[in-house]
Structures are given as C-alpha cells and as structure tokens.
Write a protein that binds this ligand. Structure first.
Ligand code: CDP
Length: 213
C-alpha cells in the first residue's frame, strides 16, 4: 500500500505521515529532506543556491545517510530547499530515489508513506491513498514558531509568517510540480484539529479505501 501525503509547510503532514506509517506498519519517507539535503550541501559548498548544475550533481548523489543530518531541520535549510526544489532538473534527479523507496520499501515493509508536495500528483500518481493536509497560514506559522522554540531556537512570529508566505508562493507558483491537491485526494484541514483528531480522520479514510480496494 502506498499513501501519498502532500500539503504546505507546517500543516501537520510529517506527524500524520509518521503515525500512519506506525499504524499500518509502512515505511516512511519525508521527501522534503531530499530537497533540504541538496539545499544544505549547496550552501555548504559556498556556491550560490541558484547554481543549477551543481544542485543537479548533488541531487543525483543523495543517499539515505544524507537525510539524517541535523542541519536539515533549520529554517535556512527549508528556504534553500524550496529554491532548489523549483529547478526542474533537480526534481527530475530525485524522482528515482522516491519511486524506488515507494516500490521497494526498506525493512521489508508492505508499503510506504511518502510526504511532500507532489507525491500524489507526480511521484506516485497511482498511490492507493492520497491525502492533502493543509491549515490556515497563521496557524501554520504559530506551530512552526512553537516547534523552533522547543528546539531552543529563536523564532519571531512575524518573520516566520513572512517567510512561510514566501515559501508557499514559491511552492505553489513554480512551473514544475507546483503544490496543488491531486484531483483524487482527500483534504484534511488541521486548523482546528489536534494531532489525534487529524489521525482519526486519516485512519478512517485509509481504512475505507482499503475496504473498497
Ligand atoms: O517541513 P516543511 O513542510 O516546512 O518543509 P519540507 O516538507 O521539508 O519541504 C521543504 C521544501 O522542499 C518545500 O518548501 C518545497 O519547496 C520542497 N519540497 C518539494 O518541492 N517537493 C517535495 N516533495 C518535498 C519538499
């Protein structure tokens, strides 16, 4: 079984994806980490984040080990990710890694949950279940501030909100694989849902799809 979860930043995709993977014993891939890894490597090499050629070379060399780098969690990494993610060549270079994970999940799992921006639309268009997880931008910015502060980082609400608006715009307006719900996705708006309520809604939907499939 493949579950595709897409949606904007801090909508609750990651938490939901992890819990669904536990619940249904599936492997989990946070595809944002692939783009973050490329963005961070590019920044570390001292090159400009608009250097397409190097970004593509780095993308084609990404390994599972690169995805554990703690630096990937920073907002700087998120912003660098959304810049390299707008390059069609970088996206193309990361397709095989994602599809291989979905079709041949590690640890002998019977399927996989992938979360990102274009999983249901481009990477796994035949996924058994497609969820689009979203929330109002103010709610998402508040969540991200809380998350950053819990990690001991400084976070100013207005700045986080501003950067999130910019990143939403970059992700939604890019020509290749823009952030849009797949036509056949089930939308979960988590603005007024806590983690458990969102999980309950998703499990109910996944179970109904499993029964009908
Ligand atoms: O955790 P958060 O939702 O803030 O970010 P993320 O999922 O790690 O993604 C970081 C950035 O990578 C996004 O803003 C997108 O530009 C890009 N991305 C993408 O284009 N496609 C994906 N499948 C995953 C991430």
């Amino acid at each position: 079984m493949i579950i595709a979860i897409d949606g904007p930043a801090a909508a609750g995709k990651g938490t939901l994806a992890r819990r669904l993977a536990d619940r249904f014993r599936l492997a989990f891939l946070d595809t944002g980490r692939l783009y973050r890894a490329v963005g961070v490597k590019l920044a570390r090499s001292g090159l400009d984040v608009s250097d397409v050629e190097t970004a593509v070379a780095l993308a084609s060399e990404v390994t599972a080990a690169d995805l554990d780098d703690q630096e990937l969690k920073s907002e700087a990494a998120a912003n660098a990710a959304s810049r390299v993610a707008a390059m069609p060549e970088v996206r193309a270079a990361l397709v095989d890694f994602q599809r291989a994970f979905a079709s041949n999940p590690p640890g002998g799992a019977m399927g996989a949950v992938l979360d990102g921006r274009d999983i249901g639309t481009v990477i796994c268009p035949d996924a058994d279940v497609k969820l689009f997880v979203t929330a109002r931008i103010e709610v998402r910015a508040r969540r991200r501030v809380k998350e950053l502060r819990e990690r001991g980082l400084e976070a100013i609400y207005d700045r986080v909100l501003h950067e999130m608006k910019e990143r939403d715009a970059r992700d939604s307006e890019r020509h290749v694989s823009p952030l849009v719900p797949a036509e056949d996705s089930f939308v979960i708006d988590t603005s007024d849902l806590d983690v458990t309520a969102a999980l309950v809604a998703a499990v109910k939907y996944v179970s109904s799809r499993k029964l009908s499939g």
